[in-house]
Each structure stands twice: as structure tokens, then as C-alpha cells.
Write a protein that binds this ligand. Sequence first.
Ligand code: GLN
Length: 303
Amino acid sequence: MNYSSILEQIQKDIQPYFGKGKVADYIPALANVNPKKFGMSIHTIKGNVFEIGDSKELFSIQSISKVFTLALAMTLEKDSIWKRVGREPSGSKFNSLVQLEHENGIPRNPFINAGAHVITDILTSHFENPKAEILNFVNKLAKSKVSFDEILAQSERETGNRNLAMGYFMKSFGNIHNQVRVVLDVYFNQCSIAMSCLNLSKSLLFLANDGVAPSTGERIISKRNSDRINALMLTCGMYDYVGEFAYSVGLPSKSGVGGGIIAIVPGEMAICVWSPELSDSGNSYIGTKALELFVNYTGKTIF
Ligand code: GLN
């Protein structure tokens, strides 16, 4: 199947939606991005690549990093992860603190901020240099040299009081084992990683291929863990828009406030779309529309 004409059609169809969402500005360095950007790419497990628009331009992957860190943590620990993080949708904003108090500092899932802090804490316990290990892991998957955006990481370090509050709150329940500032420094760096749509659809293709990177044949994670990450993406990857997204798109997906979304079609492909203007739920407005159009045109949902 040649998806080029479908991507061209999607690029036309999304034009009226520019200006309807809003670029994230709570991290000051994120506000500098051009709101008119749109890129989309597809990597198929058979080795085909399709792309359109700003698909080669680097952007801040933000919460999409939570997929990489969870996959990495699942290679290091098994059931112990799930004593410290749940596997339920939160029904709240990605940076909400409210559930943590009555749920004893155990975040609902690894894809909301608090859950990602716990995963990053696990990596911090295992690795001498967690930042380097995360970059190595992403580099290995992307087969190109990705890096932290130091300006963005610094901007988030200076303004990330809500994330720090979450970290200290969870530490008071004993669910952060390392120093909060150390864990959050790793977290802000992982969020700042700069990648393109093409980098991301290539890197996360193993999730469409039962945990094996198709280009090298290297097993990244077990098939069961690949299935589980997809399940978590479907149920928790789009924050409190997850039900709506399952209805209108129906693909395991993960978004970031940089405007990127990665979507997996198991057994077939990984799709990445980027457009920086966000809806109220913190997901790319146009990215969501583009994925909905893709599924409408191709019928490729998991259902
Ligand atoms: N770095 C962002 C934050 O912690 C990531 C959030 C996101 O992409 N949803 O607020």
C-alpha cells in the first residue's frame, strides 16, 4: 500500500484547523515554536517509509519520552514496577496532583507525569548515569544521534514547580527512592529530547513488531511487554482524552505537549504526527485530527 496520496490528502484536510489549538507556554522555551508546523511520517515493518510536511524537523518529544523510559524500565524490572505505579487511566490532567493523596502516592499509570517520575526514579536507581543510558537507548532505536535540548531542559527545571511538588509528595509516601531533584533533572532532560517525526516512527516501530526492531532484527523487549505497552498507550496514552481518542482513532498512542503523537498499528506500522497547537487535554489538536483522518481513510484501527 502506498500511503503518500493519503498523507497528501490529510495535509490538505487539516489546513482549516490551524489556530484552533494553543501552543504550550507553561514551559517558556516551548512557546517559541512556530504554531504552523505540521509533519507526519509512517514506518512500516516491511521497511517502507512515507512522510509529508515538516517530518524531518526536530521538536521536543516531551511525554512521548515516557514510552522509551517505560520500555527501558521493563527490561530491568518485572512486577516490582507495578507495586509503585498503577495501570488505570487517570481521568485527570497529565500533571494533576489530586489522586496522589488518597491513593497513597501511587500514580495511576506510567504515562501521567507522576507515574513517569516513578519510572525515571527506577532508572535512576539502576544506572550510574541515567541520562546517558536513556539517550543511548533512544539512539539505538533511532539509529541516529539524538540529544537533549539543554535550553528546554533548563527552562523546565526553572519553572517545573508542579512536577517537583509531585516528586516531593510521592517521596513523602516513600515512592521516590532517590533525591527528588536528581530524579526530576533526569525527567526534564528526557522530556527535552529533540527528535523528528521520522526519528520517532522509526524508533518506536518495535512496538508494532512484537518488541523486535524490524530493521535489525534486534529484540528490544519481549512480545508480552510490547503488547502491554500498547495496552497502556491505548488506555492511558492520551490523558483524559483517552476514551474519545479510542473512539475516534482506535490506535495505541502517546502524545507530548511539544505537539507530537506516536500511534502504533500492531503488525503493520508506527505513525508519528507533529503539530504544536494543543487542545485543552494537552494533545496536539491537528495531530489528533490527522490520525482520525488516517483511520477514516484506511480503516486501520485495532478494532
Ligand atoms: N515535560 C512536560 C511536563 O512535565 C511533559 C508533559 C507532557 O508532554 N504531557 O509537564
